[in-house]
Design a protein around this ligand. Structure first.
Ligand SMILES: C[S@@+](CC[C@H](N)C(=O)[O-])C[C@H]1O[C@@H](n2cnc3c(N)ncnc32)[C@H](O)[C@@H]1O
Length: 377
């Protein structure tokens, strides 16, 4: 099979220097060789560790949050929860294992672009066909819709894209938007340039090209006063995704959890916001080893706010404390101490909860992640 480097080389030959979002698209999502379609495995043996993959504690706290948000909506049945960029389903499994009060009403949609990852979601989840996800009126007229009786949840549905029909409920996107392909611009003395990828003497290289007016407009708006040489990701796909998700939500909330900063903060960091990861370590140059490493950047909160300003911004640690992580950890610690001598599964789970909490609340790591919420009223 041809390599992704060969594919990129062909694109450059045909179309000239390629925008960075197209390089990311190829490297992360090529259907046969992309990082998320092949090697990119989340989890303890994988390339990165998200909060959902640290262990079940994150999902247990999210389950409590879902109960609160469900009651705020008037305890609807079905209660639609969309897990956007659901990966292999770790968050879904942990939420259901925590047995939230809303479970009998729960329609849990795992929206995941990668077919390989969707294929791993069935393990331990009550996956049903999409026709069982929505009331018949909301399903496009294919005749397969069924009436879902109250109290028959949980129903998990695996899908490739956000549902087309509007719905009330909760959308959660944990570490999704930082992986959506972005363009890159650089400030020159005479205005913005777009950083594209072309051929160099020793492989692929960055090339500064004329900046299209639509990119200049965004860059000027979000970072009007940066010094020459500053670089920015322009996260147009993330903004489009946000607009699409908000358009579908008729009531409830959208919750985005990610590493985040503002555009001026990113510009002040030089090129440090563009990162690659492989096997829990920082990877190499993003133009090398295409398809073998994750490519990501901090989410520019101000660029998302141009779509619609979020209702609130907190940290992950604050969110988890609001919904009782300390209580769950105290329970875990007690079980651990009571059962340490026996050393059974309960004791191990109790101890694991304490360790997981340290990672999830770490002010220098996951605990500092931004939680952006858009609440529909
Ligand atoms: C960093 S992983 C996060 C997985 C999971 N949310 C977690 O916390 O472990 C990002 C996931 O989003 C998926 N993804 C990327 N773009 C997507 C899109 N437009 N819609 C749905 N999933 C997407 C990727 O395939 C990948 O599985």
């Amino acid at each position: 099979m041809r390599s992704l480097a060969d594919e990129l080389s062909d694109l450059i030959d045909r179309f000239g220097p390629v925008p960075f979002d197209q390089v990311m698209e190829l490297a992360l999502y090529d259907p046969d060789r992309g990082f998320f379609t092949t090697t990119g495995a989340a989890g303890r043996r994988g390339d990165f560790l998200t909060s959902a993959e640290v262990g079940p504690l994150f999902g247990a706290v999210i389950a409590r949050a879902l109960d609160t948000w469900w009651r705020e909506l008037g305890s609807p049945d079905p209660f639609v929860v969309v897990d956007a960029g659901a990966g292999t389903g770790a968050l879904a499994r942990a939420v259901l294992a925590a047995k939230p009060q809303c479970v009998g009403a729960l329609t849990y949609l795992l929206v995941e672009r990668s077919a390989a990852r969707r294929g791993q979601q069935a393990r331990g989840l009550p996956i049903v066909p999409a026709a069982f996800a929505f009331p018949p009126t909301a399903v496009d007229g294919d005749g397969f819709a069924v009436t879902v009786d109250a109290g028959t949840g949980p129903r998990a549905v695996s899908m490739a894209e956000l549902p087309a029909a509007p719905f009330a409920g909760v959308v959660i996107a944990n570490e999704l938007l930082d992986n959506l392909p972005f363009r890159i611009v650089e400030r020159a003395r005479d205005g913005w340039k777009e950083v594209r990828v072309g051929h160099g003497a020793a492989g692929f290289t960055e090339i500064l090209t004329e900046c299209p007016p639509e990119l200049t407009a965004v860059a000027d708006a979000v970072a009007p006063q940066v010094i020459p040489g500053s670089r920015l990701p322009l996260q147009l796909a993330a903004a489009d995704w946000l607009a699409a998700a908000l358009e579908r939500l008729t009531a409830g909330r959208l919750v985005i959890v990610d590493y985040a900063a503002t555009s001026p903060e990113l510009a002040a960091r030089g090129r440090g916001w563009l990162r690659t990861y492989r096997a829990h370590e920082r990877g190499t140059d993003p133009l090398l080893d295409l398809g073998e490493q994750d490519i990501t950047a901090d989410l520019a909160v101000d660029q998302l706010a141009r779509v619609r300003p979020p209702t609130s911004r907190t940290t992950q640690a604050e969110l988890l404390r609001t919904f009782g992580i300390d209580e769950l950890v105290a329970e875990g610690r007690t079980t651990w101490h009571e059962r340490a001598a026996i050393g059974d599964l309960g004791a191990i789970r109790g101890r694991s909860r304490v360790r997981e909490a340290e990672a999830l609340l770490d002010p220098a790591g996951l605990g500092s992640f931004a939680v952006l919420q858009w609440v529909m009223r």
